[in-house]
Design a protein around this ligand. Structure first.
Ligand code: 9MR
Length: 674
């Protein structure tokens, strides 16, 4: 009886929701229901029945309780576990698989009113026996529809999956009966592009689903706010290279790879029709470029192509892509990211297929071909992240100086995936240096700003945005040729880093304080404090955690996981930091209340990683507060000091290990000493 009643109410609600303009029934509109807290793929069963599905264009056969994935047409094809009922929860994903791919990744895919988002959860490499085990956690947004977690790999070699599961971390937040949030009218919000018309284009990255979506609200937001568009994935080599044609007739396509533009057409059509110029992204990149492209006969089981052959393929690809776009969409693409992310994170040039097959001059060659074939008025850009960091900037400048000397580059794309700890003066100095030393224009190409872990994260992010844009405007006025600022996504929920809420609009399309900050930078005024604004703590009481009460107040940096475990330093319990996507996914503590003071940090730590560190999260420099030699898996004591400059809006420090080994932390004390 009771169950039936709940169902009727829920259907009525769903009906109302439909009347209010929703296209599709939101997840769980048939009322809350019980949900298992673990979904385990059962490979003795067929698709769906066994809780798994084939993801993308590939073949999956089950054999002896495993899933054997063959004929993978792209690196993102494999197996997925649908977990739509887990929206609004932190989930843990696990896979055990074997394959000859260089690495494999667990990723999350979800939709929101027809727009698709992808988020990488964790990656792993095979052990000596060829087995890869990957575990990672991820927060699935409350409004995520049709969420699924899938396994992908760095290339298209076969994969055998022996185990895969997704489970709820902590208490289950049951949103199965809750409709997703309805959308706000995006046309009421004043236009960023119009406000900044005297300075630079205001662009946005968008997936083509915005254009193909039955719901036009996202298009309305785009058209109201922005006057430059970057396709988020659709013009990348793995979308453009035609795997089927190349592989079926490798002789025919040997030097001139087959290309197609099915993925990009909706977005090109939209930009042409609406007169919105596009940044083409991207021609030559180590990532999202299938490995078969670099092999003789497009066959990964054979030999790598020769330098000569690869240069021919590179030239042909660049020529075909630029000129197909120009012929079919004349004048739409005004700039191309010719080469993306060629500098390594740890210095020098990134090791990748392009470099291995062609050599260090592949960047020069790409720009030479691009200049030779570029339609008139199309500007050629290099694009990279962490581009404002001094050492990486030096590497990039060294790489690009010959390109600039040959007259083959017009602009530097500063991706600008930043956080509100980034020193704005350093950032502007980096922009000026690129412009001065290379004689090029600047595009800020992928701006997103991780919200701080503070008491008022959205407000603080807004205040930072205001300062950031004030500095850009001032630089522009002072002659730094900043001609376009593009944000990397329309809304927080559509961001590749959705859990860090890095963009200007909420998932429901309403403007955030971050948007307000951008507007205040040009119009004057200040970001309004929210009604629930909390005064930042200014007390300098020491921060002490010994985990004996099994509690901790810090949190994960990116996707790491913290747990209280037994076996502390001369005590019962300690904190374990594990998983995550990278070694710097550590344990983060907000120390904003100590701004203006010198702090002393003491702690006990143990790990199999050779070194562990305590680091301040001032983006762009990440100064070390304390460093200890671990590796023996015995407890080691660490100590360090750090002065937090007055005026710093917020600051976290974090503990990390130099490799992916877990670390154990105990007796953390942070105290003001000056
Ligand atoms: O936002 C893009 C995301 O949807 C893709 O899954 C991801 C795959 O690498 O690429 C993202 O965009 C990247 C951009 O093309 C280059 N700079 C870094 C961006 C964020 O990863």
């Amino acid at each position: 009886m009771k169950k039936g009643f709940i169902k009727v109410v829920a259907c009525a609600l769903a009906g109302l929701f439909l009347l209010s303009g929703c296209d599709s029934l939101p997840n769980g509109s048939n009322g809350p229901h019980e949900v298992p807290t673990t979904i385990k793929a059962d490979f003795t069963q067929k698709e769906k029945k066994g809780n798994w599905i084939t993801y993308g264009d590939c073949k999956v056969e089950t054999k002896d309780g495993t899933a054997v994935i063959t004929k993978r047409s792209a690196s993102n094809t494999g197996i997925a576990i649908p977990c739509a009922d887990y929206r609004g929860n932190t989930v843990k994903a696990y896979v055990k698989a074997s394959s000859e791919n260089d690495s494999m990744t667990l990723s999350l895919k979800y939709e929101f009113y027809g727009n698709v988002s992808y988020v990488n959860i964790a990656a792993g490499q095979a052990d000596e026996a060829g087995i890869t085990e990957i575990t990672g956690t991820i927060q699935i947004p409350d409004n995520a529809q049709n969420a699924m977690i899938y396994l992908e790999a760095s290339d298209v070699r076969d994969i055998t999956v022996t185990a895969m599961e997704v489970s709820i971390e902590g208490e289950f937040n049951n949103l199965t009966g809750t409709p997703v949030e309805s959308l706000e009218d995006p046309t009421k919000t004043a236009s960023l592009a119009a406000a900044y018309a005297d300075y630079f284009k205001f662009g946005v990255a968008s997936p083509a689903t915005v254009m193909t979506n039955k719901n036009d609200s996202f298009r309305k937001l785009l058209k109201t706010q922005f006057n430059s568009v970057t396709p988020e994935n659709e013009l990348k080599p793995d979308s453009v290279l035609d795997a089927a044609l190349c592989k079926n007739d490798p002789a025919k396509y040997n030097e001139a790879p087959a290309v197609h533009f099915e993925a990009a057409k909706p977005i090109l059509d939209y930009c042409k029709k609406n007169n919105i110029p596009m940044r083409g992204h991207t021609l030559v990149w180590y990532s999202q470029t299938p490995s078969w492209f670099f092999y003789e006969n497009y066959n990964v089981n054979g030999q790598l192509a020769s330098r000569d052959l690869m240069l021919k393929r590179m030239e042909s690809y660049i020529d075909q892509v630029m000129n197909w776009c120009e012929k079919n969409y004349p004048g739409v693409i005004y700039a191309w990211d010719v080469v993306n992310e060629a500098a390594a994170d740890d210095g020098g040039m990134r090791d990748c297929y392009w470099k291995q097959v062609i050599g260090d001059d592949y960047v020069e060659k790409a720009f030479e071909f691009a200049r030779k074939h570029a339609p008139a008025n199309v500007q050629l850009f290099y694009n990279d992240y962490n581009e404002y960091q001094t050492s990486k900037q030096e590497d990039i400048l060294k790489m690009l100086k010959p390109v600039a000397a040959a007259g083959n580059i017009d602009g530097m794309g500063m991706q600008s995936h930043i956080s509100s700890g980034l020193n704005i003066d350093n950032y502007i100095a980096a922009a000026k240096k690129y412009a001065d030393e290379l004689g090029v224009k600047i595009h800020i190409t992928e701006l997103d700003v991780t919200a701080p872990k503070s008491l008022n994260p959205m407000y603080d992010q807004g205040v930072y945005m205001q300062k950031f844009f004030e500095a850009i405007i001032a630089a522009d006025k002072a002659g730094v040729p900043i001609e376009c600022v593009t944000v990397w996504g329309l809304t927080d929920d559509m961001s590749w880093k959705s859990s860090t809420k890095p963009l200007l609009f909420y998932g429901n399309l309403s403007p955030k304080p971050a948007y307000e900050g951008v507007m205040c930078a040009i119009n004057g005024g200040e970001v309004a404090k929210p009604a629930d604004y909390q005064e930042p703590k200014t007390d300098s009481t020491p921060f002490v955690e010994d985990y004996e009460d099994k509690k901790f107040t810090g949190g994960p940096r990116y996707s790491s996981v913290q747990k209280i475990v037994e076996g502390g330093y001369e005590s019962d319990y300690c904190l374990m930091n594990s998983e995550g996507y990278a070694e710097y996914d550590g344990y983060s503590i907000d120390v904003t209340n100590y701004v203006g003071h010198t702090i002393k940090v003491t702690f006990a730590i143990k790990s199999k990683a050779p070194t562990c560190k305590c680091t301040a999260d001032i983006d762009g420099t990440w100064p070390t507060v304390a460093e200890v030699q671990t590796g023996s898996d015995e407890w080691v004591l660490g100590e360090g000091q750090y002065t937090i400059e007055a005026g710093t809006p917020s600051l976290t420090i974090y503990f990390e290990s130099v490799d992916m080994n877990p670390f154990y932390l105990d007796n953390v004390k942070i105290e003001v000493i000056d």
